[in-house]
Design a protein around this ligand. Structure first.
Ligand SMILES: CC(C)(COP(=O)(O)OP(=O)(O)OC[C@H]1O[C@@H](n2cnc3c(N)ncnc32)[C@H](O)[C@@H]1OP(=O)(O)O)[C@@H](O)C(=O)NCCC(=O)NCCS
Length: 146
């Protein structure tokens, strides 16, 4: 049984395990929780029986015209059940007055985000793996760019 919350005081570090699947280095649970609590808006999908988070999305914004969605993830075992769609629907709710909502994804994600009216644009990023406190994951080199 799933439920969704945008109240990050309900979320504890020990509910945030298993995320950053496929990343060369993960954010620690403490960093992850701080990110969610520091965001303009965050939504977490909770498996009631397991008492753990199984998906999350967060948005940062000036609260006026622009926003971005840095991370959206559903744990691998819970994918394909509509959770990612519901997280996106909830995080976008109420942003109709914003000029832009930006996010980065690879080409394979574009069809998913297109469902929410998003369009592909060129982008740039600066990534600093070293600031992430979580364990380093052993991954093949082709996936080590996240
Ligand atoms: C992307 C992600 C959040 C989707 O979560 P999910 O709970 O599996 O999504 P849903 O069940 O709502 O899927 C909705 C649809 O999008 C499709 N879809 C999901 N991820 C997709 C992807 N990366 N590429 C293409 N299609 C995708 C699903 O097949 C599904 O199609 P259907 O409705 O025709 O069956 C999840 O796959 C994930 O966590 N991926 C790893 C992290 C990631 O890529 N995050 C996004 C970049 S920031």
């Amino acid at each position: 049984m799933l439920r969704y919350t945008d109240d990050m005081t309900e979320i504890a570090e020990d509910m945030l395990t298993g995320f950053f699947d496929g990343w060369p280095r993960a954010a620690s649970s403490a960093q992850h929780l701080a990110v969610l609590r520091g965001s303009y808006r965050a939504v977490v999908a909770i498996d009631r029986a397991a008492g753990r988070a199984v998906g999350f999305v967060h948005m940062i914004s000036d609260g006026v015209l622009t926003a971005s969605v840095p991370w959206l993830e559903v744990l691998p075992a819970w994918r394909g059940r509509g959770i990612g769609t519901e997280l996106m629907r909830r995080v976008l709710q109420g942003t109709e007055g914003f000029y832009s909502v930006d996010l980065l994804c690879d080409a394979s994600g574009q069809a998913f985000y297109g469902r929410f009216g998003m369009a592909p644009v060129p982008g740039m990023t600066l990534r600093r793996q070293g600031v992430l406190d979580g364990d380093r994951k052993e991954l093949p080199p082709e996936t080590a760019q996240t």
